[in-house]
Design a protein around this ligand. Structure first.
Ligand code: G6P
Length: 598
């Protein structure tokens, strides 16, 4: 949800900003832009569409050493070149990129800035115009002081990087809630929304603390609290530079990421089987006296958490429930020091999930993050954080991260039972090794046309299969735009069956032997009313009138591990349906990979 980058150093800033933007482009595909100071003026170049499109269609000087860039996921104002970032102040002396939402921008625009001309209806413009306004009203203010004054007037969330014509070799920054990192290399400083956007030459980095602003120039990085007091930024060594993910032989990142799933599961388990594993590094007292566990997440991570909660209750014999982060904050359950709140997030930056962390902590609960990004806000705000080790996930629709999250939560559930998760870890390892990806692609492919040509789809299943239905349904709607719903099979007869008519496509997920007849009896009722069924199963359905041509093969795995592996062919099906319909599965319309606004 908007990525920002900045570069100040001895090399060409445009090339560095381009590299940074390509790495954080997953945060928004609506438009991209760059700003630097050249020929005594602030220069801005921006285009609707991708970062590649921007740099293909502009020419920039190669002798600039300080600049900022942005990739946008629109929140305020339609997608068009004018609304793309960077935004320039009304007096053309400041340019600024922003990730977040300024909630009171209309109040600022119609109030303190009522006589100032605005060029767009983007909330960000109120920030850059405020800085310019404060400098004009009080010319004694330094740029930094004008920025500080501006921040006092803002409500909402922001990570910003700004250039000022008066101080050409300086990048100003500020952060409240939205993520921002600074990286340093030899004679170079980078700023970015994500560690991925920091240049390869960075040897150290720091996550800018919440509520802090400051500046970067060639001599120093200075940071301050709102009160004006200095903040000491503690830079850490860069552990390793993730290469910018490449698609390799795959047509899309989503295809690549699905193909990586067995390896990701394997790598994750191996890390947790190491002597020096992430759980062993947690102080033992953290795990003591836990009476109940609340899992909190959004989107795909929420579905993974549902598996986690089910596993935890079954195996650790503790009360475990799942909450949507956006609901949890308004209606939290009773929490106390004996409650473990588990926050699950691929990006570690989802605003709703971070808000929920703060609510849980205020109420005295223990907080445990499970994330793919250990430099994220989630990792720094939770008492303890466990990595999922999925590697960089680029496609907006999450796939391999789901499997890695489920893996970690299965391990955690057994750990919470008696501290020993070796058996489940080894069981997962052996099943992952037997996954036949080619067979799965082939089986899913047979159903692509049927699904793609359906005007709507209902997914039905029970118990663990119901969770797989929810995640399969989310995947399909995210990238194929086919209206679909997932139902617990038993609920069908309580309303939804009214929607079934001749030709309605229904996809029944049946991976638990004990539930075959219960699920299929319900499905029969829909079939009798005209529904056309696809059965996703590896079980023998011979006692039911099921034709072979309607069976999509589910992986044959230990039933306990079904949610971890059954989702894979469904991810493949969604991917192929999207491609068949001519869409780009990596960049679904209206969606962002990292949702940093509530
Ligand atoms: C967005 C993404 C989803 C993701 C959800 C939660 O909506 O498009 O794919 O599942 O955010 O993201 P998180 O990073 O918290 O797992």
């Amino acid at each position: 949800m908007c990525g920002i980058v900045g570069y100040l150093g001895k090399n060409d800033c445009v090339e560095n900003i381009k590299e940074g933007l390509l790495s954080v482009e997953y945060r928004g595909y609506d438009s991209a832009g760059i700003s630097y100071i050249h020929d005594g003026a602030i220069q801005i170049q921006k285009r609707v569409g991708s970062v590649a499109n921007l740099f293909d269609s502009i020419t920039c000087p190669t002798d600039t050493h300080c600049g900022i860039g942005h990739t946008r996921w629109a929140t305020h104002g339609e997608v068009c070149e004018k609304n793309a970032h960077p935004h320039i102040s009304f007096d053309n002396r400041f340019s600024l990129v922003h990730n977040g939402i300024i909630e009171n921008y209309a109040v600022i625009k119609d109030g303190i800035l009522k006589d100032i001309p605005f060029r767009t209806n983007v909330d960000t413009e109120s920030i850059v115009n405020l800085v310019a306004y404060f400098r004009i009203v009080n010319p004694k203010l330094s740029v930094l002081e004008a920025l500080c004054e501006t921040l006092k007037n803002l409500q909402g969330s922001y990570a910003v990087a700004m250039l000022a014509l008066d101080t050409p070799d300086t990048i100003y920054f500020a952060r409240k809630e939205s993520p921002l990192l600074i990286g340093k290399g030899d004679g170079e400083t980078f700023i970015s929304s994500d560690v991925l956007g920091l240049g390869k030459s960075c040897s150290e980095y720091v996550v800018v603390p919440n509520g802090v602003y400051g500046y970067i120039n060639k001599d120093e990085v200075k940071a301050f609290e709102e009160s004006g007091s200095d903040v000491c930024l503690e830079f850490k060594s860069m552990i390793s530079h993730s290469e910018r993910a490449q698609k390799g032989d795959n047509a899309h990142f989503m295809q690549k990421e699905i193909n990586e799933i067995p390896t990701v599961i394997e790598n994750t388990v191996k890390i947790y089987l190491n002597e020096d594993n992430p759980i062993s590094k947690v102080d033992k007292s953290f795990w003591q006296d836990i009476e109940k566990i609340e899992f909190i997440a959004c989107g795909t991570s929420y579905h993974a958490s549902m598996v986690g909660a089910m596993f935890t209750e079954d195996n650790a014999h503790k009360v475990a429930r799942t909450h949507l982060a956006s609901e949890f904050v308004y209606n939290p359950p009773l929490l106390n020091k004996n409650t473990l709140c588990v926050f699950v997030s691929q990006s570690g930056e989802t605003a709703d999930t971070l808000h929920a962390v703060r609510v849980a902590k205020e109420r005295g609960a223990k907080s445990l993050g499970i994330t793919n990004v250990m430099t994220s806000n989630l990792a720094s705000e939770c008492d303890v954080c466990l990595p999922i080790c999925a590697g960089v996930e680029v496609a907006v629709a999450s796939t391999k991260a789901y499997n890695a999250q489920v893996t970690v939560m299965m391990i955690l559930a057994d750990f919470l039972r008696d501290g020993d998760y070796k058996d489940i870890a080894e069981k997962i390892l052996s099943q992952a090794a037997s996954i036949d990806l080619d067979g799965m692609w082939a089986s899913a492919k047979k159903f692509v046309k049927r699904v793609a040509n359906s005007s709507s789809i209902y997914f039905v299943g029970r118990h663990m299969d119901y969770i797989t239905c929810l995640e399969s349904c989310l995947k399909l709607k995210e990238i194929s735009y086919i209206p679909c719903e997932a139902y617990a099979a038993g609920e069908l007869k309580h309303g939804t069956i009214a929607l079934v008519e001749d030709g309605t496509t229904m996809l029944a997920i049946v991976t638990e032997p004990k539930l075959i007849s219960k699920t299929l009896n319900i499905v029969e009722q829909a079939k009798a009313r005209g529904a056309k069924l696809i059965y996703f199963t590896s079980l023998n359905l011979k006692d039911f009138a099921v034709s072979e041509k309607d069976v999509m093969a589910a992986p044959k795995v230990d039933v306990e591990l079904s949610p971890l592996f059954s989702i894979i062919p469904m991810q493949m099906l969604s991917y192929m349906v999207s491609v068949y319909k001519g869409y780009n599965p990596d960049r679904p319309r209206n969606l962002a990979k990292s949702v940093t606004v509530e």
